[in-house]
Design a binder for this molecule. Sequence first.
Ligand code: ZN
Ligand code: ZN
Length: 363
Amino acid sequence: MKAAICYEFGKPLVIEEVTLDPPGKGDVKIRMAATAICHSDIHAIKGEHGNLPLPAIPGHEIAGYVEEVGEDVTYVKPGDPVIASIIPEGCGHCYYCRIGSPSLCQTNRLYLFGEGRFTNKKGQRISQYAGAVAGFAEYATIPEVNLVKVPEDLPVDRACLIACGVISGFGAVMNRAKVTANSSIAVIGCGGVGLNAIQGAAFVGAYPIIAVDVRDSKLEIARVFGATHTVNAKEESDPIKKVQELTYGRGADFVIVAVAGIEILRQGFLMSAPDGTTCVIGHGHGEQLSAWTPTDFMRGRKLTGSAMGAVRLRIDVPRLIELYKIGRLKLDELVSGHYPFEQINEAIESSEKGEVIRNVLMF
Ligand SMILES: [Zn+2]
Ligand SMILES: [Zn+2]
């Protein structure tokens, strides 16, 4: 079997033969069908996640089929179509699971750097960016708790998008920021995650829904996903003031920051209204907060963060699929291009340019 490996940050991935550990207790071997390229993968490959141990296999927006199950696996059987997400299903027993926040489970944790289940021809072990999941490979051994079953008739190139981009954006709106009907919202960054925050905001009935980006092409797509107003942060002399103008002078009740960068986060926070909530999704490049003062918070502004949309994996994903089926969740519009797995570096290069939403690798 083949995998695409990052041996050196900033260099093209190397596709080569690897061996995969067989599924252990609670593990499932997945035959990959489709993996989308998320910007987090690109950050990892460029070394912007700092301490990712190399060599590593990235990839975490996965759809595939169960090939083989390990001991004690009860949720899936060979042949089942699944998606795999880095956020696991909660254990159901810990404090956070019991209070209804399984995304914070103390037992089944979300982790970014996994030990890896692969060995290359030289006998070198290969780590995994995206922890439990390794999507840039023909097969992967993934814990059962990271899987959600999906319907047979859901196309794999749509299904894979739900594993990260959709849940991260839609979930941040629904589960973490808890955006309410008739409240105003600004979404900064209209890539695969931001567009899903916008369609989540439209779904809950927020108004106005202000899309903020530096590319007009992205802002145009944002309107398709439900944005009612757009702000080009590059062309607008004062984007914060512009958002205030569009929100009756108050600022947005909710701000979702779906792009990396500490200055952008700061700008997003200052777009929020008194008593407003800013939710960080973009994880940034490890920069520290510096220009913030306590007075920024005095009028009740709140700053929170969301990993993978604080999703309840096996509750929210089937619901999202239902919404797709009845035409209330856009997935088709998120797919910009399909690439055979062998052309992964071309797919990444095209994603990096920023004009595409999601390129999907087909196996
Ligand atoms: Zn992602
Ligand atoms: Zn738990």
